[in-house]
Design a protein around this ligand. Sequence first.
Ligand SMILES: [Zn+2]
Length: 372
Amino acid sequence: MAVGTLATVKSLDPEDLRTIGAQMILANAYHLHLRPGDELVRDFGGVHRFMGWDGPMLTDSGGFQVFSLEGLRTVSEDGVEFRSHIDGSKHVFTPETVMQIERNLGADVIMQFDHVIPGQSEIGASREASERSIRWLARCVTALEKLRAGGPPPKNTILDFPPLPGTIFPLPAPSHPQALFPILQGGIHESLRVEAARTIRDVGDWRGFGIGGLSVGEAKPDMYRILDVVDAELPRDRPRYLMGVGFPEDLVEGVKRGVDLFDCVAPTRMGRNGAAFTRDGRLNIKRAEFRTDPRPLDEACDCSACRRFSRGYIRHLFVSDEILGHRLLSLHNVHFLVRLMRDARAAIRAGTFDAWSRDWLARYHTRPVPSA
Ligand SMILES: [Zn+2]
């Protein structure tokens, strides 16, 4: 999934994403609740219509964000009280309020509100967070059922306005069903992960599963070990979503362990910092050696940046702090990940994934020093 935290994939138009072949966008309930407000998004017909994207969308619940507000939050069994990082205003997230927010935003897949803790937490804290997340899941289910059974959406003057000519979203959110994904916690402790997977698996017919609490400061071998454990416990016919991951190599390692969905700000954030993904590893376009380099970012890439512009030109844009530089690298990086996943799917279908992933990882990790 391309990450559009604030209902925009930074510097990319939804039209770009369609051209690239991106299939799904992620937005964030915490951020959209604070600004511009989930009720405003609802009045515009939901997040799809608000941002002009007619493909699938997922909203994260904001659990990760509110638990990251160290010093600005109080946690209880009921939920989390916190102060906004924007203006210090007070808010309360509970499973119930978060379901209302995600209902207002109207994404196709919504994540449960969960208790997130740092990656290296010891088993006691991990158990507490995992068990609380499971209790909160039950509250999310009840709250969502109530919302679905509720009356018609409130009167809305914004939606009375005729749709803009280029928009094709007749359905005002949230009149469509939304799939609630549970989130597995349990830190880096195998027994907790197994317990969480079995409990959650047995209490509902979930359309998919979130794997949370990874890529939050633990070592990579720990993440891979936990993914192996979770892979064996979850039903094979439902998508598994590894939250907040990752870099190209993480995607390949994740697919190897049965993961289907990923999200990460890396392609656009790295792009804005001048880093491009290539088959030979990461490249920093700001380096002096690219000043006279006439080649594209990645010679095998067919994105619109690589088809038209040289490394030398893109380096010039970055050195001059030109906004097009940020856009071109974001475009290339998102394209790179979309294509990587397309190649992985093709390899799986052809029965050649093991060899394909071994070769891909070997080449990516070799990282020869790029020459000008
Ligand atoms: Zn490219």
